[in-house]
Ligand binder design. Sequence first.
Ligand code: GTP
Ligand code: MG
Length: 195
Amino acid sequence: MQVHNVELTISAVRPEQYPDKYYPEIALSGRSNVGKSSLINVLINRRKYARTSSQPGKTQTLNFYNIEEQLYFVDVPGYGYAKVSQKEREKWGRMLETYFAQRKELRGVISLVDARHEPSELDKQMIEFLHYYDLPILVVGTKIDKIPRSKRNKAESIIRKTLQLNKNDGLVLFSALDKTGKDSIWNWIEEKANI
Ligand code: GTP
Ligand code: MG
């Protein structure tokens, strides 16, 4: 999809705040700093639309981006940032559980992992959680510009194995710098959102 019109519709915490215009929704989840906002910016061809930061844990709400009046990207706050209190962590968990379990418009989840490392325990829990709710999953291994080409297949198989992905789960390696993987990710989104 060629994107020209994007609007941050709302930053929501509770269901009453979710948009009341109904378009298919694609959520992006992953640990803090993995590159969710950067991926959104590449998908919509903007350099700095979704706020990216070197300061992890910045996105704290569900940010709904209206894409061409056809779908929403939902930027989900990252997990695993050490400086977040236990109380905030629980609040985050409830917010995600509510959204993932109840939102009828949700058509799929892009779950990002840092392709340079073996997925963490929290990455694994996220995939288990998404499997439990039977949501279509696309795992995106980020920052592959930092992995030599000769090691990318290996990185891919480590991700698939560690996260125990099944045959319906997609996996794409991605770089926000050189845009590797962008088209495959869009294809998956268009298929799941049926647009
Ligand atoms: P939170 O909102 O804090 O959860 O982080 P996020 O997942 O949205 O990460 P963000 O997109 O803000 O990126 C975090 C840092 O990683 C930034 O400094 C980005 O420039 C960098 N980054 C993101 N994607 C890539 C990539 O593909 N390659 C490289 N080399 N750096 C990246
Ligand atoms: Mg972000």
